[in-house]
Design a protein around this ligand. Structure first.
Ligand code: CNA
Length: 279
């Protein structure tokens, strides 16, 4: 009888073994699940890292509790804390990380099926990942609308308002509602593309989960939608979630370091570096 190790698709808990599987015929459809940890090296803080995370640094905004900054009812009553934060996080000031570039490279090598991201910073797009392969599950700063009448608001005016420290207001007559970027707040539903894409995970030959605490649902539950035999690779600073399936691999450390090592094993390292320098 074969030993359990022999029947594994990824026999070792290391980048080399993951790369060997990725090079095999079996691995065609790679799916990604991303969180804020992918963008910390770009200078955007995550939520939950102790000391450096946004939640640890929100005291200055005088919130009743940290999550209030992303709660729709709180925002309606007081949008100032959110816009204080938005000014710091607004796209335009940040460049994609090596890990974002790796995702673009997966696409170049015809391996990328879909990149599910919780991030709202649009760095996947900037790294060159095609828009139709990205599911921004929590929306993004790329567009905005009035929270009352839902009328879209102009991109340039939005940019000027955020940078000038003003609260953008709906311009429809008699409305005047507060305008909010199309990012999903707690208490709001996720975009329909998120739900309509979940079924595609059944086609997954590999799921790579990077830089997320896997605490926000329904996003976190995507890990359950890949076939039982599909290897899942977690790349994170700390251990999160439950990765106890036969072909689960957990690689702990900074995602850029692990991705670089993985690319070395894939013999993609030069391509990765030159592509990264180019974006
Ligand atoms: P989180 O809960 O803050 O978790 C981040 C995870 O990433 C933690 O487990 C960290 O240990 C880990 N991490 C941090 N840096 C690295 C690194 N360099 N390499 C590997 N792992 C690292 O964030 P989640 O994304 O899980 O939470 C979901 C929220 C966060 C979503 O709704 C996002 O919209 C939201 N968010 C997004 C951004 C962004 O767009 N860049 C920034 C901050 C928060």
């Amino acid at each position: 009888t074969p030993s359990p190790t022999k029947s594994k698709l990824i026999p070792g808990n290391d980048p080399r073994s993951v790369a060997a599987y990725m090079k095999s015929e079996r691995c065609r459809n790679v799916f990604l699940m991303l969180g804020a940890g992918v963008s910390t090296a770009a200078g955007i803080p995550d939520f939950r890292s102790p000391d450096t995370g946004l939640y640890a640094n929100l005291a200055r905004l005088n919130l009743p509790y940290p999550e209030a900054v992303f709660q729709i009812d709180f925002f309606r009553a007081n949008p100032v804390p959110f816009y204080t934060l938005a000014k710091e996080l607004y796209p335009g000031r940040f460049a994609p990380t090596l890990t974002h570039t790796f995702i673009s490279l997966l696409n170049t090598h015809s391996l990328l099926h879909t990149c599910f991201t919780q991030n709202i910073d649009t760095l996947e797009r900037l790294a060159g990942v095609p828009k139709d392969k990205i599911i921004e599950a929590h929306g993004s700063f790329a567009s905005q609308r009035c929270i009352e009448c839902k009328m879209p608001f102009d991109d340039e005016r939005m940019k000027r308002a955020v940078e000038g420290g003003e609260i953008p207001k709906c311009e429809r007559r008699k409305c005047g509602g507060v305008v909010k970027p199309d990012i999903v707040f707690f208490g709001e539903s996720l975009p329909k593309e998120f739900y309509s894409s979940i079924h595609s995970l059944r086609k997954a030959d590999l799921l790579i989960i990077i830089g997320t605490s896997l605490t926000v649902h329904p996003f976190a539950s995507l890990v359950h939608f890949v076939p039982q035999k599909c290897p899942r690779v977690l790349i994170n600073l700390v251990k999160v979630g439950e990765f106890d399936r036969r072909d689960d691999v957990v690689l702990l450390g900074k995602c850029d370091d692990i991705v670089r090592e993985l690319c070395r094993e894939l013999e993609w390292e030069e391509e990765l570096e030159s592509m990264w320098r180019g974006v």
